[in-house]
Design a protein around this ligand. Structure first.
Ligand code: BGC
Length: 231
């Protein structure tokens, strides 16, 4: 079990697996439902799909929690990814790096795509308010989204095929959150995987391993805006 965990480098999933193997279902549940926190550094990348130097030392959020209720494909084949975040006075920026490609479904959320959910005021009010939005970008760069705070004018995104899959670089306009260090926002991140069947074979998430983020902000993780690291 331990070797497998190291090989896969899926820290949270591994913690859960180790706990389960020790017959501790309660501990496993606690590990998978823990609310995560990620820091975004202050900085402005060019949103063009080329990975600027500014992304280099930014912490990575691992989108590796499997949403079991929505996943019928083998879990080891499910698209998982890593996401880095930056912010400036206008926008939140995300760089998703991921794998596997298919956009044959007519439902945007069933195509190979990434999603970013944000609760700018970190109120976790449940139902989406004016400061809450769901943004989605498929591997071909097609943008969609929903939520009271969603406006297609506020998102810019570029998707690019890379070896083994795709990356998405995006910016979403911030208009409610204070754009200053130490501000906390609600955030979750999602990757939808169409294994080539034309329908969604599974979902992986950063924080909450349920398919609930498009309807409720209650279980988002926490994003902390940080000053740019000193050189
Ligand atoms: C969910 C889908 C839902 C869609 C609505 C996605 O985040 O995973 O199940 O239909 O949002 O926009």
């Amino acid at each position: 079990m331990r070797t497998l965990c190291l090989e896969n480098l899926l820290r949270l999933a591994c913690l859960a697996a180790v706990a389960a193997s020790a017959n501790s279902a309660v501990l496993a549940q606690a590990e998978t439902s823990k609310t995560l926190t990620i820091a975004a550094h202050e900085g402005t990348p060019t949103v063009d799909g080329d990975i600027d130097e500014i992304w280099k030392d930014v912490p990575e959020a691992e989108v590796v929690k499997v949403v079991k209720s929505e996943t019928s494909m083998p879990e080891e084949e499910l698209a998982k990814g890593k996401v880095k975040l930056l912010w400036d006075k206008d926008n939140l920026y995300a760089l998703f790096q991921d794998a596997k490609l298919s956009a044959s479904s007519s439902d945007d959320w069933a195509q190979d795509s990434i999603e970013l959910f944000v609760d700018e005021m970190n109120e976790r009010a449940g139902e989406y308010q004016a400061d809450d939005a769901q943004y989605r970008v498929n591997y071909e760069g097609k943008i969609s989204g929903a939520g009271l705070g969603y406006d297609p004018k506020n998102i810019k995104a570029v998707a690019k095929k890379i070896e083994g899959g795709y990356l998405v670089e995006m910016s979403v306009k911030l208009s409610h959150a204070k754009r200053e260090a130490e501000t906390k926002l609600g955030l979750d991140l999602q990757i939808n995987d169409d294994p080539g069947t034309g329908s969604r074979g599974g979902i992986s998430k950063w924080n909450h391993p349920e398919n609930d983020s498009y309807q409720s902000t209650s279980n988002f993780g926490t994003l902390i805006l940080e000053a740019a690291p000193k050189k």
